[in-house]
Write a protein that binds this ligand. Structure first.
Ligand code: SF4
Ligand code: SF4
Length: 138
């Protein structure tokens, strides 16, 4: 299923996870933020790697345990993901593998179903010196 929201497009997976894709235009707050991409350890099941039939380039991940990998740079948390391009908090920042990014990045939503901003976004944006997000535009 896909919503008709102009900025954040939602897609319900077979396992009921909800993935979000952000539209690539000026209304997308992520393209001048990037704060979440230098904060969390971005880990995933290794089946998401290209070598296992997934989308995430093998060379961009580190092994966490026999089943789990994470994006390079994020191993210990508070580290910048290897796929992040640009300066955090500045226009033009983006993910170099957006169409291939792992599931945790797809599940991290800017706005909830009721249009309220993700509290984690607000916290991370504040840490990065950015203004808080408004409710999702109608
Ligand atoms: S913290 Fe929120 S607004 Fe900033 S890049 Fe991540 S998802 Fe986008
Ligand atoms: S893969 Fe892309 S979206 Fe995910 S943390 Fe890295 S830069 Fe951010």
């Amino acid at each position: 299923m896909q919503s008709s929201d102009a900025i954040q497009l939602l897609d319900i997976q077979d396992d009921n996870r909800i993935f979000a894709d952000m539209v690539n235009d000026d209304a997308n707050p992520c393209l001048s933020c990037g704060a979440c991409c230098q904060y969390f350890r971005v880990s995933m099941y290794m089946g998401e790697m290209t070598g296992a039939g997934g989308t995430v380039p093998d060379e961009l991940v580190s092994q966490v345990n026999p089943y789990i990998v994470c994006m390079k740079g994020t191993e210990a948390g508070y580290g910048r993901c290897v796929a992040l391009r640009g300066e955090v908090g500045k226009p033009g920042i983006h993910c170099a593998i957006y169409a291939q990014r792992p599931s945790p990045c797809r599940e991290f939503r800017v706005w909830a179903d009721d249009g309220s901003p993700n509290p984690d976004c607000q916290r991370l944006r504040e840490r990065a010196g950015l203004p808080p997000l408004a409710a999702m535009p109608a």
